[in-house]
Write a protein that binds this ligand. Structure first.
Ligand code: ADP
Length: 552
């Protein structure tokens, strides 16, 4: 009744106050509705109190909206109360249509029994299982399903979090594939490795066999054999070498001086080092000292063994005992020496008598005169042969001696050419010797060399009759060449034609001779401090040339 007594103004002010409070309450409600505030502080009987609003889970909702997993809340009948957009996306359906549907809709038919069991147990305890989701376009999505119960105002609900395992599954699949490929590669590698090991084992066995084979062979041949490295260090001697020398091969090797005759040592070493450098075949004759202290002649040969790039790996050397052959040769030389010497005197007197008879030619019948001329020509040939034989035995005995004095080589070549034109009227001789070539030499012997080269040029040019003689100066020397366009020589023949008694065995082209001319010529040129050599091609012709030091 107190209130009835309030004045009109008092009532107005109360009404205003209430209106203000109402406006304030309306604002607060609006702020709550729009989510602008999460909590309120209210003045109560017990002072200020903080009230968080249900909308305070805004942050979590945002978080749930944005997360990569599907989030769904089910009621006890399995109907979807809430779904985030990610889940709608996963099942490829608009969000508003998803809410209110039974979750079963999205389970693959064959998975539904399993899903029922999971859900049933999930109401009692949280769980995690893998499940296949079915999108409306019948695409299966592998998911990890984790279930938790939620207590909502409306009652108990089930929160489902669905993690899309597609990428993970794909990655796993890829990983599995890669692992399988890796295992495959590994087993292929292992197989290859096994094969390689087998090959190596077989090769090692082969190598062992071939090494034993080589050793057996090397130790049983009658020659001394060794192998040496590109620097000349010997790394193997055969049993024959040890037996012959009486030396034991140690790591340090042995000094070649110990076994090679002192007179042969310098030439042996000179050739040895030269071939190590050039890679050519090493060949030298020398005397080896036996275990009993006596020397025997040996022919040494060593050939290089190269790899596929041509690099020398090592050398294989042999020393063959040629003592008996040497003795035979010496006997033969001795016989040749005596025989040619014995032949020389009767030949000279025979020639003298023939010349005497030929002086009285006019008084003789024509046929007899012709016989005498033929006899003189044959006798000349025989005399040349005997002289050559004598020269060879003198060279062997180291007695081919003659004095040296200045010789006009230009003049000598001119005379030789004239002589050749006279002897071989069917051949063309061109002489290109320059003027004034003076050498220190023996005229008779140099004449012998040039005539031998010219004779050969004619003899070995059956179908081309042009022979060129040249002499040029260079570096204080003169080079005299005799060129023909005849049968020519192969590389192997070129390497041997200066040997004593060597003749090319050619069945198509037979010629007379004993293989002494070039051997004697080489000896003469060497004695003149010069060098004789040949350039030739089979079927094309040859150029024999010698170099001599000039005195002017
Ligand atoms: P021969 O008396 O046999 O001619 P040489 O010592 O003068 O002896 O020559 C040795 C060998 O060299 C000859 O048998 C021949 O096969 C070869 N020869 C020499 N000169 C020539 C040449 N100009 N052309 C081809 N081969 C040649």
């Amino acid at each position: 009744m107190e209130r009835d007594k309030l004045t009109y103004d008092e009532l107005l002010s109360e009404a205003n106050e209430l209106r203000l409070k109402l406006e304030e309450a309306t604002d607060t409600l609006e702020a709550i509705r729009t989510g602008q505030v999460d909590a309120l502080i209210i003045q109560g009987n017990d002072g200020h109190q903080l009230y968080t609003l249900k909308t305070a889970d805004q942050t979590y909702r945002m978080f749930i909206e944005k997360m990569n997993e599907g989030a769904v809340t089910l009621n006890q009948h399995g109907l979807i109360l809430y779904s985030n957009s990610r889940f709608a996306e996963m099942v490829d359906m608009p969000l508003e249509k998803v809410i209110g549907l039974s979750f079963d809709t999205f389970i693959a038919y064959e998975e539904r029994g399993k899903f029922k069991e999971i859900i049933k147990s999930a109401w009692d305890a949280e769980c995690k299982e893998e499940i296949e989701l079915l999108s409306p376009n019948r695409k299966l999505i592998s998911c990890l399903l984790s279930c938790n119960t939620l207590e909502l105002d409306e009652g108990l609900a089930l929160s489902l979090i669905l993690t899309d395992l597609t990428i993970q599954k794909e990655t796993e699949k890829q990983l599995k594939l890669r692992n399988e490929q890796l295992a495959e590669a590994q087993s292929a590698t292992e197989k290859l490795n096994d094969e390689l090991e087998d090959t190596v084992r077989n090769r090692t066995a082969d190598l062992l066999i071939s090494r034993e084979h080589f050793k057996l062979l090397a130790n049983n041949i009658p020659q001394m054999t060794w192998t040496h490295l590109p620097d000349g260090t010997v790394n193997f001697y055969n049993q024959r070498w040890r037996d012959y020398t009486g030396l034991t091969f140690t790591e340090e090797g042995y000094s070649r001086e110990q076994v090679i005759h002192p007179d042969d040592y310098p030439l042996t070493m000179e050739r040895f080092h030269a071939t190590l450098k050039s890679g050519d075949v090493f060949e030298v004759e020398n005397r080896y000292k036996g275990a009993d202290g006596t020397y025997r002649w040996h022919l040494n040969r060593a050939i290089p063994l190269r790899d596929e790039t041509g690099k020398i790996l090592f050398w294989v050397g042999t020393a063959t005992d040629i003592e008996d052959q040497k003795r035979e040769m010496e006997k033969k030389d001795e016989f040749i020496g005596i025989a040619s010497h014995e032949l020389k005197t009767p030949l000279t007197s025979l020639k003298g008598y023939l010349q005497l008879v030929s002086h009285k030619k006019e008084s003789l019948p024509e046929t007899v005169r012709q016989y005498i001329d033929k006899a003189i020509s044959s006798l000349n040939k025989l005399q040349r042969l005997v002289n050559d034989l004598l020269d060879v035995s003198k060279i062997q005995a180291g007695r081919l001696e003659y004095g040296l004095r200045p010789v006009d080589l230009t003049q000598l070549l001119k005379l030789c050419t004239e002589n050749a034109r006279h002897v071989y009227p069917n051949y063309n001789f061109e002489n290109n010797a320059v003027d004034g070539l003076i050498v220190n030499g023996n005229e008779e012997r140099l004449d012998q060399v040039v005539m031998n080269l010219i004779n050969n040029a004619v003899k070995y040019s059956p179908s081309n009759n042009n022979v060129t003689i040249t002499a040029v100066r260079y570096d204080g020397q003169v080079r005299v060449s005799v060129t023909d366009r005849g049968i020519g020589l192969s590389a192997e023949q070129r390497g041997r034609i200066f040997e004593r008694f060597y003749r090319v065995e050619d069945k198509k082209f037979m010629s007379s001779g004993l293989g002494m001319g070039l051997y004697i010529s080489q000896e003469i040129i060497n004695n003149h401090h010069g060098k004789i050599s040949v350039e030739s091609e089979l079927g094309k012709g040859s150029t024999f040339y010698f170099d001599l030091p000039l005195v002017n």
